[in-house]
Write a protein that binds this ligand. Structure first.
Ligand code: DGJ
Length: 384
């Protein structure tokens, strides 16, 4: 036992020294997950090669006894805030020890003029499995190179295996030519001004005076931060920040998950939510989200509904205790239902490091409930 412990210490010391030498990250001497299934949020989290896991803004797929973690591969410095490499995948049987499965969707070379050219913004990949087509379907937030965040598009890629390789298919703005199912006649009649642009910050007094939905009716709705959710009946939904981030849309995908159906609802008007993560518990639907302050953390948001298209009721900030108003210096990316434990959910969040993107940390914490209210409390270490 002693020898094994000594061996682990030497291994970590060696790894940390290596990271220090290559200048990849600041060494704390700890890792974010120590066996057996002990998580230490915010610490380095080493994969099977002894390298800090590189899967930011991630999502999870459980498939044939394994978890697959997909996320943004970041590089050093602020250059890492755009896509230089692609999306990274890791696999694990215990959620603690992760095996590097490599880059599953690669950026295209500079000058290729591809949507996913190196230097584009590619964020928050989520992968779901389609039982009918036997395909692994990835949607992600895509901003073509050189136009900042004004593209607000959704990228699609498909694979035959969870570890890819994923083939890039297309990008689009969802639901072109369709209005939200809950768009009232009153809203439809609000005039559209070509100049309307809001990207967050101060809330417009009455966002519905802008009619961004109508502005984007022909070319499709804006879609930035996003997640996917597959319901018990295998219907899949794309949930994304829309209308210059002022609302969230929940959109039904086609049966093969490869397109939008035109059925969608707009929610939380004027609340500027980002980072949506959806889960289902005891028949109810839940959303965890953030506010809209760039890479800087803010207070979390939560909401519950009896059915997926609502009515959604906004609840409280799910974070409790010191720094709850900063979501413990994190931003939501996924809520993970632990396989085989129907009542156990893990909050997965990112602690972004925009000055040295590769050093972003993962904040995973268990979630409990007070009635409908999800509650997340800080723990330096916890065991599954
Ligand atoms: C907040 C989003 O949640 C992130 O995914 C990223 O888009 C940053 N904004 C960029 O500022």
């Amino acid at each position: 036992m002693m020898i094994k412990h000594l061996h682990t210490l030497i291994k970590h010391a060696h790894t940390n020294m290596r990271l220090l030498i290559t200048g990849i990250c600041i060494v704390t001497g700890l890792t974010a997950c120590r066996q057996p299934r002990i998580f230490t949020p915010g610490e380095l989290w080493l994969d099977n090669n002894g390298t800090h896991i590189n899967a930011h803004g991630g999502g999870m797929l459980y498939c044939n006894g394994k978890y697959y973690w997909y996320g943004e591969h970041k590089i050093e410095g602020s250059a890492g805030n755009v896509a230089n490499v692609g999306f990274h995948c890791y696999s694990s049987k215990d959620l603690c020890r992760w095996t590097d499965e490599g880059i599953v969707l690669k950026v295209e070379p500079e000058g290729s003029h591809s949507d996913i050219e190196k230097g584009a913004i590619m964020e928050r990949p989520k992968v779901i499995y389609n039982k009918k087509t036997n395909k692994y379907v990835m949607w992600f937030h895509l901003e073509p190179k050189g136009i900042g965040y004004s593209g607000a598009r959704s990228g699609l890629a498909v694979a035959d295996a969870p570890t890819g390789p994923f083939t890039y298919v297309k990008s689009l703005r969802p639901n072109a030519g369709y209005l939200p199912a809950n768009y009232t006649d009153e809203l439809k009649s609000v005039p559209v001004s070509a100049k309307q642009q809001y990207s967050g910050g101060g809330l417009p007094q009455h966002p519905d005076s802008l009619n961004i939905v109508m502005r984007d009716y022909e070319n499709g709705q804006m879609a930035r931060d996003m997640t996917l959710f597959v319901d018990d009946d295998n219907k899949a939904y794309h949930i994304y920040a829309s209308e210059d981030n002022s609302t969230l849309h929940i959109a039904l995908l086609s049966d093969d998950y490869l397109s939008h159906t035109g059925t969608y609802f707009r929610l939380f008007t004027g609340r500027f939510m980002e980072a949506p993560a959806m889960f289902r518990r005891n028949g109810k639907y839940y959303l965890i989200m953030s506010g809209c302050t760039g890479w800087a953390p803010n207070a979390g948001r939560s909401a519950v509904a009896e059915s997926i298209f609502g009515t959604w009721k906004e609840l409280e900030n799910p974070f409790r205790g010191n720094d709850a108003d900063l979501s413990f210096h994190s931003q939501s990316t996924y809520i993970l239902p632990v396989e085989g434990k129907h009542t156990q959910f893990i909050y997965m969040g990112d602690r972004w490091m925009p000055g040295n993107a590769i050093d972003g940390r993962y904040i995973w914490l268990p979630m409990r409930f007070e009635g409908d209210q999800p509650v997340i409390e800080w723990k330096d270490r916890w065991e599954l």
